[in-house]
Design a protein around this ligand. Sequence first.
Ligand code: ADP
Ligand code: MG
Ligand code: MG
Length: 252
Amino acid sequence: MSELVIKDLTVAVSADGTEILKGVDLTVRSGETHAIMGPNGSGKSTLAYSIAGHPKYTVTGGSVTLDGDDVLAMTVDERARAGLFLAMQYPVEVPGVSVSNFLRTAATATRGEAPKLRTWVKEVSATMGALEMDKAFADRSVNEGFSGGEKKRHEILQMELLKPKVAILDETDSGLDVDALRVVSEGVNRVRDTGIGTLLITHYTRILRYIAPDFVHVFFDGRIVESGGPELADRLENEGYHRFGVNETASA
Ligand code: ADP
Ligand code: MG
Ligand code: MG
């Protein structure tokens, strides 16, 4: 049983001190799926980046702990080793490093020892199969020329292989066609069934037709303004964010 606990988190842009997160409280436990939904510019990605330890953002108050350990005191690598998976952690192109080498290096770093080659190869190939990825994909350079769908599948592949305690997925649904959305969602559901806690950040309700959240939180102006069950997502789909003073819909 693991627990990511965010308490009264306030965060500013490092460059100019603009406050973006204005007191976020949230607890994600093993096996729970939380959806954070909110209009553009409300600070959702800032929350994800802050938990990831991105230098663009400075934590000005509050705390983030994983099983009691101070996440904010950890380096980015230590956060991964502690069991946090942040989908935006490896968005860069890594020319010359194949997907299979990259995954094995990441698994070695997070597990503290190299996975046994025979079982590892099987594990990678089974997971790629489940994500409907071509075998040749393993030999490509990381993120180089990846389509939007390939990037997201690669993200979920990492998550399934690294077996984190808590995964934070920011806009995993954006730019996916229906097939990719289904495959990616099935991957998220598989890890959820193994007991991983998931924080799914999204602007749209579309992905929530495939991944049923246990909790839905509405994010607005740097904080969570409302929390509920899956019915809250349905309400947002019908009403958009109007009730929070925003002139746009949550579906599309
Ligand atoms: P969301 O993911 O909900 O769309 P973001 O976290 O990306 O929101 O952005 C929240 C607000 O913070 C926006 O007004 C955005 O312009 C601002 N912001 C985010 N990052 C920076 C930055 N590095 N420098 C200046 N402003 C930023
Ligand atoms: Mg945005
Ligand atoms: Mg965002």
